[in-house]
Design a protein around this ligand. Structure first.
Ligand code: PLP
Length: 394
C-alpha cells in the first residue's frame, strides 16, 4: 500500500547521479505534473529502489513522497500539488519576520510588475523584480542563501570559518550577509571591471576584498580554488555548484508559475540574462516542461563589451547546455544604459544594467501579441557611479 512520508523521513543515498539523468526525471515529473511510481523503502526509511526519483523530488521541493515497503510495486498517479510541491512558496502576509534569512525566503515571490509603458490591449509585458531581495538586492540572494545552507547541511550543521568566492558583487554580498548572520567570514575575489561602489559595498558587509587584474569573474575560479585548498577555506563556486541551478528550479521558477496563474498570464516568451546561467536555465527547464510553446531567450553582452553580471556563452557556462533555449540576444552596454534610464523615467523603477540589457533584448525579440516576462536581476543603486559617468559624457 502506498504511504505518504515527509521527505525528511526518507533517506536517499547521497551518491550523485549524472546531471543529464536528473534533468530527464525532473522534466518528466514537471511535464506530467505527477509522480507515477512510488519510491521503495526499507523499515528504516532508506530507499531501496527509486533513488533517482527520490533525489529529483527532493530537489524540486515536494513536502511528501509516495513510498511503498519492500516487495510492493504499485502504479499510481499523484499530482505534484498533492505532494506539497507548492508549499515552499508561503509568503508571510503581514510581513513580520524573525530574522533576515526569514525576510529573504518568506518574502518570496519577488514582485511581478506589469510594465505599463510597454503594454497595450494586444500585448502585456511583465518584469520580475529580483532587486526586492534583501541582502544584495539581487537574484543572487537566492543562491547565496541556498549554497551556504546546503554546505552547512553537508557538514552536519558545522558552519565554515572562512569562505572564498569569485564574484561580480552580488553573490559576494549575499554570501557576506550569510557569513555575518552565522559567524563566518568571506574573502571575495572581484575582477578588474567591478566598480568602486561594488567593492565598497562588499567591505561594508564585512567581506575582505581582493581585486584581480583579470576582467571576467569566471577567470578567477582557478586562483580562488587554489587559495581555498591552501587555506582550507570553503569555495562554494557559484559557477559549478548545482545548488545554484536547484534553488531557481525550486523557488524562482515555481513562484513565477504561481504568479503567472494568479495574473492569468499565458507566457509567450521569458527573457533573462546569462551569467552563471543558473536562473535562466532553471526557468527554461521548468517553463518548457509545463507551458506549451513558451520561448526562452538568454541575454549576453555584445562581443567585445562587458555588462556587469552577464557574459558571453562561449566564456563557459554549466547548465545552459542542458536545457532548451530559443535564442541568445546580444546587447551593447549603451543599449542597456538607455533602457535603465527609460525604465526609471517611464516606470519609476531603478534597475541594474543587466536588467536594462534584458529590457533592450525584449525590444529586439518581442513585439508580437501576448504576455512577455522579463527577469530583472537586480536593483540599480549599485550602478549610479557608471550611470553618472554616462551623464557626464552627455
Ligand atoms: N545580472 C546580475 C546583476 C548578476 O549579478 C548576475 C549574476 O551574477 C546575472 C545577471 C546572471 O545570473 P545567473 O548567474 O543566474 O546567470
Amino acid at each position: 500500500m502506498v504511504e505518504f512520508k515527509h521527505v525528511d523521513e526518507v533517506v536517499c543515498d547521497s551518491k550523485s547521479i549524472p546531471f543529464e539523468e536528473l534533468i530527464a526525471i525532473v522534466k518528466d515529473v514537471l511535464s506530467t505534473d505527477a509522480v507515477k511510481k512510488p519510491v521503495v523503502i526499507d523499515d528504516e526509511g532508506k530507499v531501496i529502489s527509486g533513488q533517482e526519483l527520490c533525489i529529483a523530488l527532493k530537489i524540486l521541493g515536494v513536502r511528501y513522497l509516495p513510498v511503498v515497503r519492500k516487495g510492493f510495486q504499485e502504479a499510481l498517479s499523484i499530482s505534484l500539488k498533492d505532494l506539497g510541491f507548492f508549499d515552499d512558496i508561503s509568503p508571510t502576509p503581514l510581513k513580520v519576520f524573525r530574522s533576515s534569512e526569514e525576510l529573504l525566503i518568506k518574502n518570496w515571490p519577488t514582485p511581478l510588475l506589469q510594465l505599463k509603458s510597454e503594454s497595450d490591449n494586444r500585448r502585456r509585458v511583465w518584469a520580475k523584480l529580483e532587486g526586492f531581495n534583501p541582502f544584495s538586492m539581487s537574484v543572487k540572494d537566492r543562491i547565496g542563501w541556498y549554497m551556504f545552507r546546503k554546505a552547512v547541511e553537508r557538514y552536519g550543521g558545522r558552519v565554515p570559518t572562512l569562505l572564498v568566492e569569485a564574484t561580480s558583487t552580488n553573490t559576494g554580498l549575499a554570501l557576506a550577509a550569510m557569513c555575518g548572520l552565522h559567524g563566518s567570514k568571506l574573502r571575495a575575489y572581484i575582477p578588474s571591471t567591478i566598480s568602486k561602489t561594488g567593492e565598497l559595498l562588499l567591505k561594508l558587509f564585512g567581506a575582505e576584498v581582493v581585486r584581480s587584474d583579470k576582467p571576467l569573474t569566471v577567470d578567477l575560479i582557478g586562483d580562488v580554488e587554489e587559495v581555498a585548498r591552501k587555506l582550507g577555506a570553503l569555495h562554494l563556486n557559484q559557477f559549478y555548484n548545482d545548488a545554484n541551478f536547484e534553488v531557481h528550479l525550486r523557488y524562482t521558477a515555481k513562484e513565477l508559475e504561481l504568479q503567472v496563474r494568479e495574473a492569468g498570464i499565458k507566457p509567450k516568451a521569458i527573457i533573462g540574462g546569462l551569467g552563471t546561467s543558473g536562473h535562466m536555465s532553471a526557468i527554461a527547464l521548468y517553463f518548457k516542461s509545463r507551458f506549451n510553446g513558451v520561448k526562452i531567450y538568454g541575454v549576453v553582452p555584445k562581443e567585445g563589451t562587458t555588462i556587469q553580471g552577464i557574459r558571453r556563452v562561449e566564456s563557459g557556462m554549466k547548465w545552459v547546455h542542458n536545457v532548451e533555449i530559443d535564442g541568445i540576444v546580444d546587447v551593447h552596454p549603451e543599449e542597456a544604459i538607455n533602457s535603465v534610464i527609460e525604465l526609471a523615467r517611464k516606470e519609476g523603477i531603478l534597475v541594474g544594467l543587466s536588467s536594462g540589457a534584458v529590457h533592450a533584448a525584449y525590444r529586439k525579440v518581442g513585439g508580437g501579441e501576448g504576455d512577455y516576462i522579463l527577469i530583472f536581476p537586480d536593483h540599480g543603486f549599485k550602478y549610479v557611479e557608471q550611470l553618472g559617468k554616462y551623464f557626464e559624457r552627455g
